[in-house]
Design a protein around this ligand. Structure first.
Ligand SMILES: *[C@@H]1O[C@H](CO)[C@@H](O)[C@H](O)[C@H]1NC(C)=O
Ligand SMILES: *[C@@H]1O[C@H](CO)[C@@H](O)[C@H](O)[C@H]1NC(C)=O
Ligand SMILES: *[C@@H]1O[C@H](CO)[C@@H](O)[C@H](O)[C@H]1NC(C)=O
Length: 616
């Protein structure tokens, strides 16, 4: 690959540009947010970077630091403790950490190193430092421990995992059980006092890097069991941030605030989010752009009004999952004119976005006009789905899928070139089975191939597209995707439980779906005999709190479809409505907020949940 690039570079930049274009589909990718609204510009940029052999993010930082107009400007502001860095200062710190990684740990060029840390300037420092010595990063979810963390480390075959001291308690047990990967802990102090030079690590480390080569691994599901990883290429890493900034129209003077985890592509959760610090940080950092996930905005509008609500400088909120009931109240209360909603997945195709300033397109994730319909319409469809089995509904006469009419919800799917599917969806890292599950064939004609987004959407007559629901096994709770199979597997292992069906239920006054596990007790085990205290402890010890089912529904038997799939539809619909469960002869239990064991869930508590007196 490196050879092909070098050869192309020798022939000239026009050839190189067409090579890169063919490889990354940049021109065709008009709709892909990562290349922004100006694919030609993105292509030129990439071509230039390849020709200069300066393809890394580190080079971008270096260019900024060395630019006299920029170098002394603030690059990182950490409102949590008031520390700030200019581009120059940050580059020096990055270099020192890079030299340490090189000399002390002997990290090789091209070596994959795991990084497990909460948001901090040091996290960014270690990330850029790995880049500075030509290493690759495996961004581990810092909430993981036990088998899931071990799985990630095994999958990426890292020799080292650089761990923030703050999550030592989660990483240490894995250091003991999986010795092939050595945990190296860091703190702000340890990195600041490294006795290494602040000059750049050897240049050779950053040379001859192929744009199509891997750069980092992002994990898609940080819940339980086995997270899946996707590879991001060097070119993606280098150009996506730039394209995003151009797409959003960010200028040098803009300040972008995020409290979303840096280990994840578009940032997906609220782990460091705190009500009490959010607005003070936004105000003190003087940010004019903020990033959100839907729940963050819901928390913010549920908070008590304070003068800070209007003392910030935010002009645009950018993120994903803003719920319709939050959208306008959020804009009005905090006086933020632009809500820029993005729909994208690190393991998906066809990002969507909607820059909304007024009534039109409110609550939408995309707008489809004539141009889109002509250029992209044939490659993206919404089709009817059986929401119980999650299977595609096929026309009994033709055997092909049925496109949704306007206003009808369906799963969004993307056309894939069946000859070369990996060119569009590279797949999950070392997981063919999971990759193949994303593909479907014979959708509109024999032999065609499409990619399943796993998401239900709806398009109205004016061309606005709305997100309806996640499809499939996964549901979303506390901003996390929770895989029902994985949770079922864990719950089903508890002594006394014979069968388990996990699904997400809507809960009054909360976003997403809370986990509910319908369980069938083992033969001879009565409800009185089952140890609900121990079950709660077991669930909380075996998975992150957001994945542990909030509700239990003890039932005599589970329903299956004709294809032996567990039926979730009816259960999901009945949700946590105690009366309905009891009418069906079932008994409900729950894990109350902050509770550690399952206790009976009564009609009275359900009423308090509905009235908002209890919130989940
Ligand atoms: C994730 O980890 C952070 C940092 O240790 C912690 O503050 C947070 O509560 C954790 N979140 C979950 C959902 O476990
Ligand atoms: C790391 O990235 C380099 C450059 O893209 C690549 O050549 C190498 O194979 C990668 N290593 C791993 C372990 O993925
Ligand atoms: C959950 O799924 C959505 C949609 O596929 C994706 O955008 C998001 O990044 C996922 N979150 C996690 C934690 O994997």
């Amino acid at each position: 690959m490196a050879g092909a690039i070098a050869a192309a570079a020798a022939v000239g930049s026009a050839t190189l540009a067409s090579y890169l274009n063919a490889k990354f589909h940049i021109r065709e990718d008009l709709n892909t947010f990562f290349y922004g609204s100006n694919p030609r510009n993105a292509l030129e940029y990439l071509t230039k970077k390849v020709a200069e052999d300066r393809l890394l993010l580190y080079h971008v930082l270096e260019d900024q630091a060395n630019d006299p107009a920029v170098g002394d400007k603030e690059f990182v502001v950490f409102p949590t403790d008031g520390r700030t860095w200019t581009y120059k200062q940050f580059l020096q710190d990055v270099n020192r950490v890079g030299n340490w990684l090189l000399q002390e740990l002997g990290i090789q060029k091209g070596e994959m190193v795991a990084l497990d840390g909460v948001n901090s300037p040091e996290f960014l420092m270690v990330w850029f430092a790995l880049d500075s010595i030509g290493a690759n990063m495996s961004f581990v979810n810092y909430n993981l421990t036990g088998k899931s963390l071990e799985h990630c480390l095994k999958l990426c075959e890292a020799r080292y995992c650089l761990v923030d001291e703050e999550v030592r308690h989660l990483a240490d047990p894995v250091a003991a059980s999986y010795e092939q990967c050595k945990m190296v802990y860091y703190t702000a102090h340890s990195l600041a006092s490294l006795p290494y030079p602040t000059s750049a690590p050897p240049e050779e480390r950053r040379r001859n890097i192929a744009p199509t080569g891997p750069k980092c691994l992002l994990y898609t599901s940080g819940t339980t069991g086995m997270p899946k990883a996707v590879v991001k290429t060097v070119a993606f890493e280098t150009s996506s941030g730039r394209s995003c900034a151009r797409y959003l129209g960010l200028k040098r003077s803009n300040r972008f605030y995020t409290c979303l985890p840096l280990f994840h592509g578009a940032a997906h959760a609220l782990k460091k989010f705190s009500h009490s610090t959010f607005w003070p940080e936004v105000v003190s950092s003087q940010a004019d752009t903020m990033q959100y996930v839907g729940e963050l905005c819901r928390y913010l509008i549920n908070g008590k009004p304070t003068p800070l609500d209007r003392q910030h400088k935010i002009q645009m909120a950018w993120g994903n999952g803003m719920r319709p009931d939050v959208w306008e109240p959020f804009r009005q209360r905090f006086g933020i004119p632009i809500i820029h909603e993005l729909y994208a997945a690190s393991d998906g195709m066809g990002a969507m976005y909607n820059r909304n300033e007024g009534d039109f397109s409110r609550h939408a994730i995309a707008i489809r006009g004539l141009l889109w319909n002509t250029l992209k319409g044939p490659y993206e469809k919404m089709i009817k789905i059986d929401v119980v089995t999650q299977e595609i509904t096929r026309d009994p006469r033709t055997g092909f899928a049925i496109e949704c009419a306007r206003g009808e919800p369906g799963e969004t799917i993307h056309w894939i070139n069946a000859e070369e599917p990996q060119a569009q969806f590279e797949g999950y890292y070392r997981n063919k089975e999971a990759t193949n599950k994303r593909f479907i064939r014979d959708v509109f004609r024999k032999g065609d191939m499409w990619f399943r987004s796993g998401d239900m959407m709806r398009q109205d007559d004016s061309g606005c597209v709305y997100f309806v629901d996640r499809l499939g096994d996964t549901y979303r709770w506390k901003s996390e995707n929770v895989s029902t199979n994985e949770v079922s597997d864990i719950m089903g292992r508890f002594a006394g439980i014979a069968e388990c069906n996990v699904y997400g239920v809507l809960v009054p006054n909360a976003d997403g779906r809370a986990g509910c596990a319908a369980v069938v007790l083992a033969d001879g085990v009565t409800e009185d005999a089952l140890d609900f205290n121990a079950l709660g402890e077991y669930a909380l010890a075996s998975m992150p709190r957001y994945a542990a089912p909030v509700f239990l529904r003890v039932t005599p038997s589970l329903g299956y479809t004709s294809t032996m799939k567990l039926q979730k539809g009816k259960l999901r619909q009945e949700g946590c409505d105690v009366a309905m469960a009891e009418a069906a002869g079932d008994k409900m239990y729950w894990l109350p907020p902050n509770g550690l064991k399952y206790v009976p869930f009564t009609q009275e508590e359900y009423a308090r949940l509905k009235s908002g007196e209890i919130r989940l």
